[in-house]
Design a protein around this ligand. Structure first.
Ligand code: AMP
Ligand code: MG
Length: 353
């Protein structure tokens, strides 16, 4: 059964959060209720990470399968030792380098931590966010906060409070509206429980930066078609999906843009409304062929990342029949962008050139 409630919304200053909304939000968390809040990556749907019943409400609100674990958010290092055990030295090195920030570490779960936070696995994923609202909330609550992205399962993640309300109105007790999130893509998830640290999900902290701290980190790319228990849960191919089907084009840029233009024309001849996710400079190549969302300048992957999920949602709001998107390479944030785009497209990728 879904978690139903009346949703309140409080505006909050993202740089200097006011005490009163934080106090009320923290009280709700301690009571076992759900609070959506901004982090620097995307909005989170938070519950007391030490309260199994509260965590269960997250799954019900998101309509998320019980096989997709959630991340515990902390505000100080003592909470790391509370949640995890047998923490390897490399995990502390990564934490020292990137926390607070967009890095999540998968570690062995400590005894007494609710197993449903990790869908019964023996691990727990932990992140110390940098966003002042997230930090103030965790501190005031006095407990770590379990928080997956605040969207309905398989939808694009929420990067504004409006996105949260579109998906979760009447399924979350309070939304703290601190404006659009900064990074716009989720955290990088690194599994520290094996012999070699492995990136389960590329995200806000890029591989090259991880390698400046630990040399032997590796990237695994694995997508599963259904929700199943694996060591890399949450890697379902269908994820971040807008309502309209997405086709992703990859290859040399010029060939990609020509192929996209041809595809637009074909869809238009069928009477379909086409949505396009492009970089600013691509737009004049394609002209007036469809509803265009410009994500930012070609080389500005921060801007592209920041606008991606909002762009997918915008095209849904415009009721397009199909969405055409293009690859932004694999360097830096490109790896995370590729991962989100492939999954938005449910693997429907066209290689050109
Ligand atoms: P979200 O909170 O929506 O950003 O998604 C959380 C993601 O983190 C999941 O979908 C998994 O990919 C990953 N994750 C969370 N907990 C674990 C865990 N214990 N082991 C492996 N991956 C995890
Ligand atoms: Mg998510």
């Amino acid at each position: 059964m879904a978690y139903s409630t009346e949703t309140r919304v409080f505006p909050i200053n993202p740089d200097n959060p006011e005490a009163e909304p934080i106090r009320i939000a923290a009280e709700l968390i301690r009571e076992g209720r759900l609070v959506a809040f901004p982090t620097e990556t995307v909005y989170g749907l938070g519950a007391n990470a030490l309260d199994a019943e509260a965590i269960d409400k997250i799954y019900r609100a998101k309509r998320r399968p019980a096989s997709d674990p959630v991340i515990a958010h902390i505000s100080d290092m003592a909470q790391l030792d509370q949640l995890a055990q047998n923490i390897p030295p490399k995990a502390y090195e990564l934490a020292n380098a990137f926390w607070p920030g967009a890095l999540t570490l998968v570690l062995q779960r400590a005894p007494g931590i609710p197993p449903n936070i990790a869908t019964g696995l023996s691990t727990v994923a932990i992140r110390m966010p940098a966003h002042p609202v997230a930090r103030a909330l965790i501190q005031a609550a006095g407990v770590p906060i379990a928080a997956p992205s605040a969207n309905t399962f398989t939808h694009p993640s929420a990067t504004t409070a409006e996105h949260v309300l579109t998906d979760l109105r009447d399924h979350v007790d309070l939304v703290l509206d601190g404006g659009p999130t900064h990074i716009g893509l989720e955290s990088t998830v690194v599994d520290m429980t094996g012999d070699i640290p492995s990136v389960l999900r590329p995200g806000g902290v890029v591989l090259d930066d991880l390698k400046t701290i630990i040399l032997d980190v590796e990237m695994i790319e694995r997508y599963t078609s259904e929700s199943e228990h694996t060591s890399a849960p949450g890697q379902m191919l269908k994820h971040y999906s807008p309502k309209a089907p997405v086709t992703l084009f990859t290859g040399p840029l010029y060939s990609v843009l020509i192929a996209m233009k041809e595809s637009c024309q074909m869809h238009k001849e069928r009477g379909q409304r086409v949505g396009l996710l492009l970089a600013e400079e691509d737009c004049h190549h394609l002209g007036e062929v469809g509803v265009v969302v410009s994500l930012g300048k070609r080389t500005d992957l921060r801007s592209i990342s920041h606008h991606l999920f909002a762009g997918l949602r915008e095209l849904d709001a415009q009721h397009v029949d199909v969405i055409l998107a293009r690859d932004f390479g694999r360097a830096g944030l490109g790896a995370a962008l590729w991962d989100r785009l492939v999954r938005a497209a449910e693997g429907n990728v066209i290689k050109v050139g």
